[in-house]
Design a protein around this ligand. Structure first.
Ligand code: ZN
Length: 383
């Protein structure tokens, strides 16, 4: 072995692995929003990020009585009012009680499959700050063979925070009623895919913020008055949207959500139709609303004109905030658009950056065209 070759070998052995590309501003936004803990009713960390982003853009901020955020960018014209909305909260847990030996018994905030509870890492939002917790699982060594494929129900799940007594857990700042969020760091995957928790609906919030950033940075003039709304408590029954619609007083609504990608083993097109990498999606039907058909077709027309692919989805087990805009006052046109996501309502979902970027572009292009005439025409049922 020559000395030169030996040196090269040493270099190869000690050289650090190739570093992943530094995240750009959009990836950082997605990372920060996804990693913020915010189960329904405990949205403070996410709300602070959203308010910070819109304040940095010079927006006027208002809140409803449930903690939804309403932002209006400076220079917004008086004209038809458009509510663009996404929700702050994610599915999580709440401390039900603390056992004598310091374990947490929990209830769910929003819907998980029972399979998603055990053997996970969580963040308890205690009064002294976040506390890491782990959902324990009986070990295989003591589980009878006929029990090894069993799904553990929520009533059997407990969280371990390292405490040995109730008093010790209380000393950490934990009380019954505390919120608990999944703990799952943002991770960049090949193909511009991002794995993280809470894409439902942090990806929707990120679409709104990225669109607002571009509107401000590029001086884009939107003909309508857009109210950017981040709602609370969507996962427990669209509650923040119910209270925010009154304040937004919108003539038309666009909900931005995480779509259901059905492009992995065990799920197929009879359940959901979106796929990663095929662009943003639009719901044709979900369990909470039938979207306004003129507004739906407006999106198709704009997408076609701009060369943006637009996927469709028909879902029967999915409700979203657009339904509350639709039922506001005497009724309003509303639609739900999406960024496709895999594995919603679990610790780690996957989205694709190109779908996200195209969703932002589609939203901006639609807002550019929704002037007073277009909004009036979409809302008209004159035969
Ligand atoms: Zn959602």
């Amino acid at each position: 072995m020559t000395r030169c070759f030996a040196m090269l070998l040493v270099c190869m052995l000690v050289a650090p692995p190739a570093r992943a590309q530094e995240p750009d501003a959009t990836a950082r936004l997605l990372r920060d929003l996804s990693e913020a803990p915010g189960p329904s009713g405990f949205e403070e960390a996410v709300r602070a990020l959203v308010v910070g982003e819109y304040r940095a853009l010079g927006a006027e901020i208002a809140f409803d009585g449930l903690g939804s955020v309403l932002a209006t960018l400076p220079g917004s014209p008086n004209g038809p009012r458009i509510m663009v909305t996404a929700h702050l909260d994610e599915v999580g847990l709440m401390v039900q009680y603390i056992t004598d030996d310091g374990f947490l018994r929990v209830r769910n905030l929003g819907g998980f499959l029972d399979q998603a509870y055990p053997d996970q890492r969580w963040t308890v939002l205690g009064r002294n700050g976040p506390i890491q917790a782990f959902s324990g699982l009986p070990t295989v060594h003591v589980t009878p063979a006929d029990q090894r494929a069993r799904v553990w129900s929520l009533s059997e799940i407990f969280l371990d925070v390292g405490a040995t007594s109730r008093a010790e857990a209380e000393g950490l700042g934990i009380r019954p009623g505390d919120g608990i969020a999944p703990w799952s760091p943002f991770t960049v995957l090949p193909n511009g895919r991002y794995a993280a928790k809470a894409w439902d609906d942090r990806v929707g919030l990120a679409v709104m913020i990225a669109a607002a950033r571009r509107i401000r940075a590029e001086g884009i003039r939107v003909p309508a008055r857009v109210v950017w709304v981040a709602t609370s408590q969507e996962e427990v029954g669209l509650r923040g949207a119910q209270t925010a619609v009154d304040l937004a007083d919108a003539d038309l609504g666009i909900s931005v959500e995480a779509g259901v990608a059905a492009d992995y083993p065990g799920i197929g097109p009879t359940q959901a139709q979106e796929r990663l990498g095929r662009g943003p999606g639009i719901f044709l039907l979900d369990s909470s609303m039938i979207p306004n058909r003129k507004l739906r077709d407006f999106f198709f027309d704009v997408a076609r004109a701009e060369g943006i692919p637009l996927q469709t989805d028909v879902l029967t087990g999915y409700g979203e905030d657009g339904a509350e805009i639709q039922l506001y006052d005497t009724g309003r046109p509303a639609v739900n658009i999406t960024v496709p996501a895999r594995y919603l309502h679990a610790h780690t979902g996957v989205i694709q950056r190109s779908d996200f970027d195209q969703a932002v572009e589609l939203l901006i292009q639609v807002l550019l065209r929704l002037d007073a005439d277009a909004v009036a025409e979409i809302g008209s049922f004159e035969p």
